[in-house]
Design a protein around this ligand. Sequence first.
Ligand SMILES: *Cc1c(COP(=O)(O)O)cnc(C)c1O
Length: 346
Amino acid sequence: MTQKPPPTLRLRLDTSALAENWRALDRMSGSARAGAAVKADCYGLGVDRCVPVLRDAGAASFFVAHWSEVEMVRRHVEPGSIAVLHGPVRPEDAAYAFATGVVPVINSLHQAKVWQDAGGGPCHLMVDTGINRLGLGMHEIGSELVQSLDVRTLMSHLACADEDSGMNAQQLAKFRDVVGQIEHREASLSNSAGIALGKDYAFDVTRPGLALYGGVPRAELEGQIGQVAYPEAAIIQTRQLEAGDRVGYNATFTAQRAMRVGVVSLGYADGFLRCWGGAHVVHDGKCLPILGKVSMDMIVIDLENAPDLHEGDWVSADYFLPDAAQQTTLSQYELLTLLGTRLKAK
Ligand SMILES: *Cc1c(COP(=O)(O)O)cnc(C)c1O
């Protein structure tokens, strides 16, 4: 069989930082235990690479959004430790939960009915305390159907935990009220940013996602969370420009002087969007400006500061998430989840 050549782009993961981030968030959760949000393929970084690391660090609750995400995660952890946030909308969803042993999150009276009609059993319950997304209304908790559920984890979700908003305390008060109204084994309110709001918000289980993967949603987490994801790509051509030469689609960059440039195999199809135009990549601590527009499969960079770089050498996107978000105006969540499949291909 013909051997495939190695790729010219890759997503390097610092798995020690990933484990350390989980431990830091678990510590900050006080007497609560930290779980891990592993939806969207671990925020784009890859379930197969991240879930075993989180499991070995000590995580014992894993949150996915879709039923389709169960299969990948189940290869690495006990099915009973997997919670499906979108819940059983259709009878097939409930049947799949029974067949696999994963635990649905019940979000509405409709979902409660689907679950109980299918036979019921242990489930989680999401109550809406103000985000008005998924979750049972506060006024619905008293219903017989809801009271008949066997609730393991009673949850709610904060809308503004990454801001100093009055809504945080309001949601906390409402959730405390809910906790007194329905039997459950444990309670859970906080995502990554919620953990930074302090022990009042921790309850029994926390659900960090973003910060596991290197995101810093609140200042309190600065210095506690390490970068995990490093998109890297190789130079596939170098060329010499003369003053007046222009670069890329729509010729938006014009060389002011003779300069050596490199063509790097990373583009917007890999999630390196056009908003990176005018920014830089890094090599060996040096910033190498991106010239002109980002193409689908490549960018052109200024090699003035790196005369030692040639075809086949690697550069890194500057992907420290808080800074990258400022640079691009994308959110830290988007910067992770948009990373493309070619970056992860072997
Ligand atoms: C995605 C998600 C989380 C994780 O949130 P982060 O802000 O990424 O830490 C926690 N809980 C629920 C219900 C979620 O949907």
